[in-house]
Design a protein around this ligand. Structure first.
Ligand code: ARG
Length: 558
């Protein structure tokens, strides 16, 4: 179905080989402008000719092909036209042959580590974690679909002085029954109370530090409390992970590397990379225009970066990754630049396979300033529940007789939030709004899900869905063929989303597909037309599989 390949071979441009042209071929912007176009400006410059002359010469060399009908030079472009019936038959049969659940590609024998979500113990799992969790979760599915072996890693934030404070607060005011019942919310209250009381009682900070020292020294009592916090946190977040459909193969967090830090420091020292700065040990990065990377504080404590260095080395040794991605907010751009640079200076040839996948901030409409210390946070769990609740209301008013209402409300309410997070390019800051995310006529998950359900209901009333009796000439008008062309692009869209670590590319594609299909559907009766039934089936299956790569479910009825 990759017609770009065929196009690259059916014309000659200078003495260039077909593969060179492939990357330059673009999609035609309108039906008149051809299905594909090859811009020749770049080559004209190189060959010392005018783009228009080169386009004419290329068009003159055209040899038709099974799927490419003709071409026309227009200015500095050559526009190409597909043989519509042949292409429609090819595309629809190929899509239909994949069945309802598209099988992943053949294994490529490459391993990708994805560090994502990576929450902090005893801290709320809030709206700020939405992006890392769903971008990472979606990239996980996309990579697996493309045949990679994927390792999802939740690099838990489970080390640091704040845990001493929390144990201290627990010892003073903790209530096991409440923690059991209210989980992270109860722990958050302890944390907030600690900071409030520490304002007036300076000794609390010292007490907190002493507790952390006890955790570090492996004191049984302190460790037991701390593991309890971890367990409670993971239990709470697992609920959200289940709701979002994300999974992890490892929960090795910061504390996991405690016994692997000395090796890092030793190796840095041996390579002459450590310098002293006010009693602390750092790697000087001034030569690279960056502040020093802190390895060890003057009191001997390790740092976030030290743990990331140890983690990278461990991951390479354990998984032998071909790529290690870190799906973390752009606020940590510098941190990752420093860590990757230090790995490179340490002489690891794989340092360049580590890549930060940054994303912007999400805030919530009308929620005011958020602060964990003050306890002013929006739990992701609550956002999801509110969205589901609102969806229940919409179903009650639009379609109260819908079977299986509760599971539809969940799929749509949760899907709306996920799609919101995945549909803008990841680096942008965004403001979440329930009304926008749940707008059935907007560029939203409910709109896509609704189109999917529409396809299901059309197909329920039709026989067929295979190519028996199909006359593909019936799909040669612009509306029908517009749908066919988009269907043909599914795989390359998924590949492009992976290439750029950008699920929004797939999100955009699904919206486009739904829009062209809905336009087609307005004035084309499907029942009784085998080729249209087949088209509808392919649209249904591409939507369902595409949504699934975005962690979103597609109910059959809405
Ligand atoms: N726990 C960190 C935070 O919430 C994110 C960790 C990201 N992963 C990493 N390997 N540093 O900011």
């Amino acid at each position: 179905m990759d017609y770009k390949k065929l196009i690259a071979r059916c014309v000659r441009v200078g003495g260039l080989d077909a593969d060179a042209l492939y990357d330059d071929i673009v999609y035609g912007q309108s039906a008149d402008a051809g299905d594909y176009a090859l811009p020749l400006f770049k080559y004209a410059k190189r060959l010392g000719k005018s783009p228009a002359d080169l386009a004419k010469a290329a068009a003159d060399s055209f040899v038709a092909d099974e799927f490419i009908e003709r071409c026309a030079p227009v200015g500095g472009y050559v526009n190409f036209y597909l043989k519509r019936a042949a292409a429609a038959s090819d595309v629809l049969k190929t899509v239909a042959a994949r069945g309802q659940n598209f099988a992943p590609a053949k294994r490529v024998n490459k391993t990708i580590c994805i560090d994502y979500s990576s929450i902090n113990i005893a801290k709320p799992f809030h709206i700020g974690h939405l992006l890392t969790t769903v971008i990472g979760g979606s990239l996980y599915r996309i990579a697996a679909f493309l045949g990679y072996d994927v390792i999802g890693i939740n690099h838990l934030g489970d080390w640091g002085t704040q845990f001493g404070k929390l144990v201290c607060a627990y010892k003073k005011w903790g209530n096991d029954a409440d923690i059991e019942r209210r989980g992270i919310r109860s722990l958050l209250e302890l944390y907030v109370r600690f900071h409030a009381e520490a304002e007036n009682d300076k000794s609390l900070e010292d007490e907190g530090r002493r507790w952390f020292k006890r955790i570090e020294d492996g004191d049984a009592d302190a460790l037991k409390i701390f593991s309890k916090f971890k367990e409670v946190t993971l239990r709470d977040v697992d609920k959200v992970y289940n709701t979002l459909g994300v999974r992890f193969d490892s929960y090795n967090g910061e504390s996991f590397y405690n016994d692997k830090l000395d090796a890092v420091t030793r190796s840095l020292k041996a390579k002459g990379l450590l310098t002293e700065s006010d009693g602390a040990e750092v790697v000087d990065l001034s030569e690279f225009g960056m502040p020093p990377c802190l390895i060890r504080k003057s009191d001997g404590a390790s740092l976030y970066a030290t743990r990331d260095l140890a983690a990278a080395v461990y991951r390479k040794k354990t998984y032998n990754f071909d790529k290690c991605l870190y799906v973390v907010a752009y606020q940590q751009n510098l941190h990752f630049k420093q860590v990757f640079k230090v790995l490179e200076l340490m002489g690891y040839p794989w340092a360049g396979d580590c890549e930060h996948v940054p994303f912007g901030m999400v805030s919530l409409e009308n929620s005011g300033a958020l602060s964990t210390r003050k306890g002013n946070v929006v739990f992701l769990e609550d956002v999801l529940e509110t969205s589901v609740q609102k969806t229940r209301g919409i179903i009650e008013s639009k379609n109260p007789a819908l079977p299986d209402k509760e599971s539809v409300a969940k799929a749509v309410g949760v899907g709306a939030v996920i799609f919101f997070a995945l549909s803008t390019s990841r680096i942008k800051d965004t403001v979440f709004s329930y009304d926008k995310a749940l707008n059935f006529d907007g560029e939203t998950a409910p709109y896509i899900q609704y189109t999917h359900a529409r396809c299901c209901s059309i197909l329920e009333k039709c026989v067929g869905g295979n190519d028996a009796g199909a006359d593909f000439n019936g799909l040669c008008d612009d509306a029908g063929f517009g749908v066919v062309k988009l269907l043909a692009r599914f795989d390359e869209t998924v590949a492009a989303a992976w290439e750029k670590y950008e699920p929004s590319i797939l999100a955009r594609y699904l919206i486009d597909l739904c829009q062209v299909f809905n336009k087609f559907y307005i004035d084309h009766k499907v029942a009784g037309n085998p080729e249209r039934v087949l088209l509808t089936r392919c649209v249904r299956d591409v939507i369902k599989n595409g949504l699934s790569l975005l962690l979103i479910e597609a109910p059959n009825k809405m």
